[in-house]
Design a protein around this ligand. Structure first.
Ligand SMILES: *[C@@H]1O[C@H](CO)[C@@H](O)[C@H](O)[C@H]1NC(C)=O
Length: 449
């Protein structure tokens, strides 16, 4: 597999990291995902191992673009201004690599962990081959905190929309870039997408933010976000450096050095942060690998597969006692990296992953693939260029955009997420059913469009 033009190659087996799983399973809500379109008339050589998607993530000073083949991670950085010299450029690319290693925690050998979990747990052992490459991201704590305040009583697709509109509204665009699908006819009229970094705490601390977020559809979470930002800024922003991370963000980072219960105690002080949200942040950005965030789905997994007694609590009733019971039980099964193992099981349980890791019905025929991918491509919401304070017309347009039919594979739907037996069995008949279902979903999306 040749390295795509402009990209750097990092050798990395897909069993160590599967972007298709990790960037869609509800850890981060800010990655843009583009199916790659290939011309079907043979002027471009496409091998079955060619990357199928491009993933983009906007940092404060750069846009990171990723593609993946079975044995290589390809990365490419875009800056608002082209680096002045080749040395400058090389330095910046090296920074991106450092960021990638940190964000994906590449020093941690996922194969070893899978081996360990399989030895400890027969349920995991059955899932491991289908759900390989699922690891924990090491996110920025501030972004993680705000995203998971949004996550209460919410589902993935809606959280994603909220986080996206928060960034568009409160963070000027860093740069614009065309989607990566220019090879196909579908791509001809595409407009550049604008990319917005995550806004810093001081921006969200202003009192009027609560009502603005409310008008953007955040509901009761609007005030939680503004008040949490204000608390942080008041407590930690005594001096403000213009460009870099704000002092309050640096303080959040220092929670990584506390032990789990001390760090949790600090997080619980914020508005809109309960035990589960705190545990998500501990696990996903503060290095607490043993922490298992418990919700009703995790509880159901524990009852169904790990012998937790079913009588303890009902759906609407997650008591602190039950939370601890689930936690203790699963932590015992999985050990030091229990939080990581939980994310594999959690992902396997998601409806949107019901055909993940199964042979694709159209994988040998790239042109057929491109056709269905093309439909997905349309379903990726285009980014309307928003000024810092959008006019009513633009706001209406933004709302229309967010009400587009969801991309079949990208839906993270916690509310309708059900323990799905077929994920745990993977029998031939359920495979056929799922393939049918997937086709149906693709067709549905296409018809709605
Ligand atoms: C997510 O939640 C919203 C609001 O509660 C709902 O309208 C939407 O249908 C849900 N999405 C999915 C995929 O279920």
């Amino acid at each position: 597999m040749a390295t795509p033009v402009g990209f750097h190659a990092l050798p990395l087996p897909i069993v160590q990291l599967s972007l298709a799983a990790v960037l869609k399973c509800g850890q981060s809500f800010r990655w843009s995902i583009f199916p790659l379109l290939y011309a079907s008339h043979g002027d471009i050589a496409v091998s079955p191992t060619s990357p199928t998607h491009e993933y983009r993530f906007c940092l404060r000073d750069r846009l990171v673009c990723l593609r993946q083949s079975p044995d290589t991670l390809f990365y490419h950085t875009v800056f608002p201004e082209v680096p002045t010299s080749p040395t400058q450029k090389a330095l910046k690319e090296a920074e991106t690599l450092t960021w990638l290693r940190d964000y994906f925690q590449l020093d941690i050998d996922l194969m070893k962990l899978y081996e360990d979990w399989s030895n400890r747990d027969p349920v995991f052992n059955k899932l491991r081959s289908r759900f390989s490459g699922i690891r924990m991201l090491r996110q920025d704590p501030w972004e993680n905190l705000v995203s998971f305040i949004c996550s209460s009583n919410n589902n993935i697709s809606r959280i994603t929309k909220m986080v996206t509109s928060l960034c568009k509204h409160y963070s000027p665009p860093l740069l614009s870039l065309l989607p990566p699908c220019q090879l196909d006819k579908l791509g001809e009229n595409q407009e550049p997408e604008s990319y917005h970094p995550f806004p810093p705490p001081s921006v969200l601390a202003a009192p009027e933010v609560a009502s603005v977020l409310r008008s953007l559809g955040f509901g009761y979470r609007a005030e939680f976000i503004q008040r949490t930002a204000a608390m942080l800024v008041t407590a930690h922003d005594l001096d403000t450096a213009a460009d870099a991370r704000e002092p309050s963000e640096k303080w959040l980072m220092t929670l990584r050095d506390l032990d789990t219960s001390e760090a949790r105690e600090e997080l619980l002080k914020f508005i809109g942060v309960g035990r589960k949200v705190a545990d998500c942040i501990l696990l996903m950005s503060l290095d607490k690998r043993e922490v298992i965030p418990v919700d009703t789905h995790v509880q159901q997994i524990a009852v169904k597969h790990y012998g937790l007694r079913a009588s303890s609590g009902t759906k609407a009733n997650m008591t602190p006692k039950l939370y601890d019971e689930v936690n203790t039980k699963l932590a015992k099964v999985w050990g030091d990296y229990a939080g990581w193992a939980h994310s594999v099981l959690f992902t396997a349980d998601l409806k949107s992953f019901s055909s993940y890791g199964l042979p694709s019905p159209s994988s040998p025929a790239i042109s057929a693939d491109a056709e269905s991918l093309g439909k997905e491509a349309i379903a990726v919401p285009p980014t309307p260029p928003l000024t810092p304070s959008p006019s009513p017309i633009k706001r209406r347009r933004a709302r229309e955009v967010t009400s587009q039919p969801e991309q079949a594979v990208a839906i993270r739907d916690e509310e309708t997420l059900q323990p799905d037996d077929s994920s745990f069995s993977g029998s031939a008949s359920s495979l056929a059913d799922r393939v049918k279902k997937r086709r149906r979903v693709t067709v549905d999306v296409a018809t709605k469009l």
